[in-house]
Design a binder for this molecule. Structure first.
Ligand SMILES: [Zn+2]
Length: 346
């Protein structure tokens, strides 16, 4: 009897233990009501989509035209010829873009199906920018700036972009006596109107055998001259056109040059054919080729296969956009289309 009672008590205790364990284990598992659970904290950016522009790689060629004076038909071209060039280019599907956009692979300003082209003007000839009046209130309809502005009004899809490469051993854009005073106003106008300015060095010396210290001086003097006129905008004009197209044998200083901590981004030659779509080909930005703006070249250019903008906006989770490689990986995985490239975000 005693044994039976003991056995019963042991069994009772055991069953109580088991049920209490289940009770406790259940209670532990459902300890907190769902509403009290802290939701998982994803980074704010996790689901944010970043629009990435991708472009079809239909050609690597992008023309960079080099003009000088447009009222000197003996050495260069006349005004009518320049107008004709714009018409030929427009009709052939070209649209002007800023050099700084080209350097970033940014073709946002170019309408779908049109072809980017960059217009550059060297040596600050008077015919590039002059006023009809002595006070500088009316831009001449016959200078480069006036012609480009009128043309863009008539044909908005052509854009109104050009870069003027300046030096300072004579003042920029001298056409009349008044220009000795008006030149600063012109530079401010250009920058505010969306045109670009670039360095053609301080005194237009050939750079072939130039020592690094002299290169530094040429660039520092150039940018220091502009700083009191353009202020902060001076650091937005960090490109160079080599005088006479001559590349220095020692170009280390060019590649490492900075003004107020802002690096020089690119340097242009005076010949060399088509420039290439940047980034994709890892091209040398300090030896960008240009084509002389002659009628013969224009006729040749419009017959060539050059890069045409066909863009698509692809939304990518921000988490995959922190590097060029991760964007490329994402596009290659999710966008099975090999012949594209994308605009750099950074
Ligand atoms: Zn020059």
């Amino acid at each position: 009897m005693k044994i039976m009672v003991s056995t019963f008590i042991i069994l009772l205790l055991f069953s109580l233990l088991v049920s209490s364990c289940q009770f406790f284990s259940k209670k532990t598992y459902y300890q907190y009501p769902l509403e009290e659970l802290t939701p998982v904290q994803f980074p704010n950016d996790y689901f944010k989509k970043v629009p990435i522009e991708i472009y079809k790689s239909n050609s690597d060629n992008i023309p960079i035209l080099m003009y000088h004076s447009i009222d000197d038909p003996v050495n260069w071209i006349d005004t009518q010829t320049f107008r004709k060039h714009l018409e030929l280019l427009f009709e052939a599907g070209f649209s002007t873009i800023k050099l700084q956009d080209y350097l970033k692979n940014n073709y946002e300003s170019v309408p779908e199906g049109r072809k980017p082209i960059i217009l550059t003007f060297d040596d600050q000839w008077g015919s590039q920018f002059y006023y009809e009046d002595t006070k500088g209130t009316k831009i001449s309809k016959n200078c480069v700036v006036g012609i480009l502005e009128d043309f863009a009004k008539l044909h908005p899809s052509f854009g109104k972009n050009a870069i003027f490469y300046l030096f300072f051993h004579r003042l920029p854009f001298l056409k009349s006596e008044e220009d000795h005073i008006l030149w600063k106003k012109k530079l401010i106008y250009l920058v505010n109107a969306g045109f670009e300015i670039g360095s053609h060095t301080y005194d237009h010396s050939k750079m072939t055998n130039m020592k690094p210290n002299k290169i530094l001086e040429e660039l520092d003097f150039f940018y220091s001259k502009l700083l009191p006129i353009l202020g902060k905008q001076t650091t937005c004009i960090m490109t160079l056109a080599y005088p006479g197209g001559e590349i220095p044998k020692n170009s280390t200083m060019i590649k490492n040059y900075q003004f107020h901590g802002v690096p020089l981004l690119a340097a242009l030659k005076a010949s060399g054919g088509f420039a290439k779509v940047p980034v994709k080909k890892n091209i040398n930005m300090f030896e960008l080729p240009r084509l002389e703006g002659s009628t013969e070249n224009i006729r040749w250019i419009i017959q060539q296969h050059t890069f045409t903008v066909h863009k698509k906006i692809v939304p990518i989770s921000k988490i995959f956009t922190y590097s060029k490689n991760s964007i490329l990986q994402w596009l290659q995985t999710n966008y099975i289309q090999k012949d594209f490239f994308f605009r750099e975000l950074y």
